[in-house]
Design a protein around this ligand. Structure first.
Ligand SMILES: Nc1ncnc2c1ncn2[C@@H]1O[C@H](COP(=O)(O)OP(=O)(O)O)[C@@H](O)[C@H]1O
Ligand SMILES: CC(=O)N[C@@H](CCC(=O)OP(=O)(O)O)C(=O)O
Length: 298
């Protein structure tokens, strides 16, 4: 590629405006949760991969954790396997677990790795089984209604929560200039597989790496109130009230839960951003106002 004089002037202008932001984040780790819905068009996928490669090129360390709920749902449907969710978590029997592992660890993980690498990056795909990156245990889900005297335990199968993250492995990769791309499959004490909500994995990875930012890309403009207005900045107490009154439900519950846990554990900020917007990651990093909902620990 050769730049003409006009192109060069444009590049110089954009770079000089971006410089203060780049300086702010150089050497920092940013964990990005790439959701299934934000992978729906070629334009979005290519924009995402280019953003990640650019970040790495200017000295910021991106670590990608991906979802793939819609892709899992599609294959389950083709195989005539019914699927349902409890509080945003897919009920996972052993047959469903096989499909989850195939889709997330195989198809989705490798296509993201391939995409990043085709844009000039050096991505390495991992599941939680590689070097026991994500040790997991069974997630306990309980439910209590006002009529019940004690909470009921609900068995949702091989759904896990993160017990620990092998951060040495991630540090090694980041220092080696690789971009880790992580599928949210955990390994139990006896080598069993766990299906973990990708938001929860992203939050724990951000905590383990003491990340500067946790970016959760999703299919909506941000966290909304009952009238549909995006709430731009929220703290712990405000979030609790919104869960209590039912404004936050379904897939937003694990998302907001992991964002709160992450900022309470020392991650500087968590952001729920619209993955349907092209170049959402760069927009978040390189603008003062950011996009979507910012969650801080205050
Ligand atoms: N208060 C809220 N604001 C915005 N979205 C919400 C809210 N409560 C629940 N949701 C739902 O959460 C969804 C995002 O979660 P999910 O579908 O799991 O996303 P992803 O696949 O990106 O992880 C939104 O599309 C919306 O339907
Ligand atoms: C337990 C659980 O629900 N696991 C998720 C894992 C994938 C995921 O989280 O994908 P998104 O981020 O695209 O929703 C699932 O089976 O769909």
């Amino acid at each position: 590629m050769t730049l003409n004089r006009q192109d060069a002037a444009h590049v110089a202008e954009v770079l000089s405006e971006a410089l203060p932001y780049i300086r702010r984040f150089v050497g920092q780790t940013l964990v990005i949760k790439y959701g299934g819905h934000a992978m729906e068009s070629e334009e979005l996928k290519n924009g995402f991969a280019r953003d990640i490669v650019l970040m790495k090129a200017v000295g910021i360390n991106p670590v990608v954790v991906h979802g793939g709920g819609p892709q899992i749902g599609e294959l389950l449907k083709r195989l005539n396997i019914e699927s349902r969710f409890v509080d945003g978590m897919r009920v996972t029997d052993s047959q469903t677990m096989d499909v989850v592992e195939m889709v997330l660890g195989g198809l989705v993980n490798k296509s993201i790795v391939n995409l990043i690498n085709s844009h000039g990056g050096s991505a390495i795909g991992l599941t939680g089984k590689d070097a026991r990156l994500i040790r997991a245990r069974k997630l306990k889900v309980t439910r209590q209604t006002p009529e019940m005297t004690k909470p009921e335990i609900i068995d949702i199968g091989q759904v896990g929560e993160v017990a620990s993250i092998n951060k040495d492995l991630l540090h090694m990769m980041v220092q080696g200039d690789f971009i880790p791309v992580i599928a949210p499959i955990g390994v139990g004490a006896d080598g069993e597989s766990y299906n973990i909500n990708a938001d929860l994995v992203a939050g724990k990875v951000a905590e383990a790496l003491n990340a500067e930012k946790l970016l959760l890309l999703t299919d909506i403009a941000g966290l909304m109130d009952k009238q549909g207005n995006v709430l731009t900045g929220l703290n712990t107490e405000q979030v609790d009230a919104l869960i209590e009154d039912g404004t936050i439900y379904g897939g937003m519950l694990p998302k907001i839960g992991c964002a709160l846990d992450a900022v309470q554990a020392g991650v500087r900020s968590a952001h729920i951003i619209d993955g349907r917007v092209p170049n959402a990651v760069l927009l978040e990093i390189f603008t003062d106002s950011g996009v979507g909902t910012l969650i801080t620990n205050s």
